[in-house]
Design a protein around this ligand. Structure first.
Ligand SMILES: Cc1ncc(COP(=O)(O)O)c(C=O)c1O
Length: 370
């Protein structure tokens, strides 16, 4: 298997644990284990007694139940638990595609959505979106990309890196297109439930199309990436059976303590979502005002979901050099758009509690470097 370097994770790997201020993280504020245990009486004692043997490969029954409850109408059998969304992407592409197949990927995207698809040996086409057209989705272009051997279409909504939801009408057209040719719709929904206005939430793809797979994660909306737990949800048992078959070669089953804590967290997910949504809304106001005040240097399409947004630098300059200088001189970590092949953009993250402090630090740095 040939696979390209994962530029996003490499960049974070270089700075994430040394930079003083993180202003580009894609996850919402996390919590300590103690706070999770406080969500339910008796949880502390139950965790201490939790068995650390191998677990059931599709996922612990109570966890699959808690995940299935997110979707209507899905049952625990429609869920395969994996070691975070990253494993879900790897397993799904490799279980279902290979040389001779064609995959379409919405871009720009989280790099593994594209590069893991390529690593299967399948032919991969990008379905591109651009800042110039307000990050609009052109369904006519998607339709033209379809081939008789198109096996999978990967979409991501809410979207990394723009923080935008796919408009409901477009989502429906993409579903109809996939359904008309029985193409698997792989819908990366790791930021779902963090829409800034909950009424704008789209149905999960797995709820409305039997050949769709919804990708979920504890990492982003719920702010628990350290649990390394995610899932694939689909009403097509054959898809999940093949993913499980491949998954025996990756992790076999999940971490027992992570399953325990994830099930507990999901049973109380409104508590987690509400706190994180409040943080995101408070911080977004600050960032939006910041960008407006500095409209000679920055512009963006204001995000409407997730804790991330994609900001264009004006005038044109080397964003990689800008971000590296900012982290070195001001201790503020930004993610250069070069890692998404978008060399005029910077990804911001605004899901963390100390975001106002990080933004103030960045502002002070900019003011001293006009
Ligand atoms: C769109 C998208 N999909 C998947 C992932 C992987 O998430 P996880 O931490 O669950 O592996 C990320 C992480 O940034 C992401 O942004």
């Amino acid at each position: 298997m040939q696979i390209k370097p994962f530029r996003i994770e490499q960049y974070f790997g270089k700075y994430e644990f040394t930079a003083k201020y993180l202003l580009s993280s894609s996850d919402a504020e996390s919590r300590a284990i103690q706070e999770l245990l406080d969500l339910e009486p008796g949880a502390h004692d139950r965790l201490l007694k939790h068995w650390c043997g191998y677990t059931e490969s599709p996922g612990a029954p109570d966890l699959r139940q808690a995940i299935a409850a997110i979707y209507h109408p899905l049952s625990p059998d429609d869920v395969l638990v994996v070691a975070a969304a990253e494993e879900g992407i790897f397993v799904l592409y490799h279980a279902l595609a290979g040389p001779g197949d064609h995959i379409i990927v919405e871009t720009p995207c989280y790099e593994s959505g594209l590069e893991v698809a390529r690593s299967t040996g399948a032919q991969v086409s990008e379905w591109p979106r651009s800042f110039e057209s307000g990050w609009a989705h052109n369904v006519a272009v998607l339709e033209k990309l379809l081939q008789p051997n198109t096996k999978i279409i990967y979409i991501n909504t809410p979207h990394n890196p723009t923080g935008l939801l796919m408009p409901a009408g477009i989502f429906k057209q993409v579903l109809d297109l996939a359904a008309s040719r029985r193409i698997i719709l792989f819908s990366d929904e790791v930021y779902r439930e963090l829409e800034h206005e909950p009424a704008t939430r789209l149905p999960a793809a797995c709820e409305v199309y039997e050949n769709a797979v919804s990708l979920g994660s504890m990492s982003k909306t719920y702010g628990l990436p350290g649990l390394r737990l995610g899932w694939l949800a689909s009403r097509n048992p054959e898809i999940l059976r093949r993913c499980l078959g491949f998954r025996y070669y990756t992790t076999i089953c999940n971490s027992a303590p992570s399953e325990f804590l994830s099930a507990l967290a999901l049973r109380h997910r409104e508590v987690l979502v509400q706190r994180n949504r409040e943080l995101v809304l408070r911080n977004l106001q600050l960032l939006d005002a910041f960008i407006l005040r500095r409209s000679n240097r920055f512009e963006w399409v204001r995000p409407n979901a997730s804790p991330i947004g994609f900001v264009r630098l004006k005038p044109e300059q080397d964003v990689l050099a800008f971000c590296e200088k900012t982290v070195r001189d001001a201790g503020v970590l930004l993610l250069p758009g070069t890692v998404y092949d978008q060399p005029r953009h910077i990804r911001f993250g605004f899901g963390r509690k100390n975001m106002p402090e990080a933004l103030a630090q960045f502002g002070a740095y900019l003011d001293s470097h006009p």
